[in-house]
Design a protein around this ligand. Structure first.
Ligand code: RTP
Ligand code: MG
Length: 139
């Protein structure tokens, strides 16, 4: 079953480089409705917990350090086929391989500082949204 929600973060690089507004604009113009949104900074501990699925990967330590290095924007987004369509909108993990016009192609500089996160499954979209947002923070 596919649900109609996904979860995103505008990562510290994109926030620091002044791209919050442009990225939100692309997201809204891409047909996504904002259900919940928060400007916050992850502690190292929280970032480690969020990315626990990548614990065994070589890049885990760097990923956790980077994601806790500055403020982020976290959001739950709604659209038909949200998970898949959002990953299309953001483009490949490595911005050098991201298709023309995608968010990562436009705003990301490297595979580590790649501007945005998008959930990779309906199951993870729910887990990740629940990680950041209580019921009374969703509209
Ligand atoms: P994300 O979770 O951030 O939306 O990205 P993704 O699904 O496209 O990539 P994923 O495999 O989930 O990896 C999470 C983040 O870790 C960094 N990464 N570095 N050096 C590397 O080989 C490598 N691979 C992944 C990226 O910043 C990626 O977004
Ligand atoms: Mg991922």
């Amino acid at each position: 079953m596919t649900t109609n929600r996904t979860f995103t973060m505008i990562k510290p690089d994109a926030v620091a480089n002044g791209h919050i507004g442009a990225i939100l604009n692309d997201i809204i113009n891409g047909g996504f409705k904002i259900i919940a949104m928060k400007y916050t900074q992850l502690s190292k501990e929280k970032a480690g917990e969020f990315y626990a699925v990548h614990k065994e990967r070589g890049f885990y330590g760097e990923l956790v350090d980077f994601m806790s290095s500055g403020p982020i924007v976290a959001a739950i987004l709604e659209k038909d086929n949200a998970v898949e369509d959002f990953r299309k909108l953001i483009g490949a993990t490595n911005p050098a391989e991201a298709a023309e016009g995608t968010i990562r192609q436009k705003y990301a500089k490297s595979i580590d500082a790649n501007a945005v996160h998008g959930s990779d499954s309906d199951e993870n979209a729910k887990i990740e949204g629940d990680f950041f947002f209580a019921a009374d923070e969703r509209f």
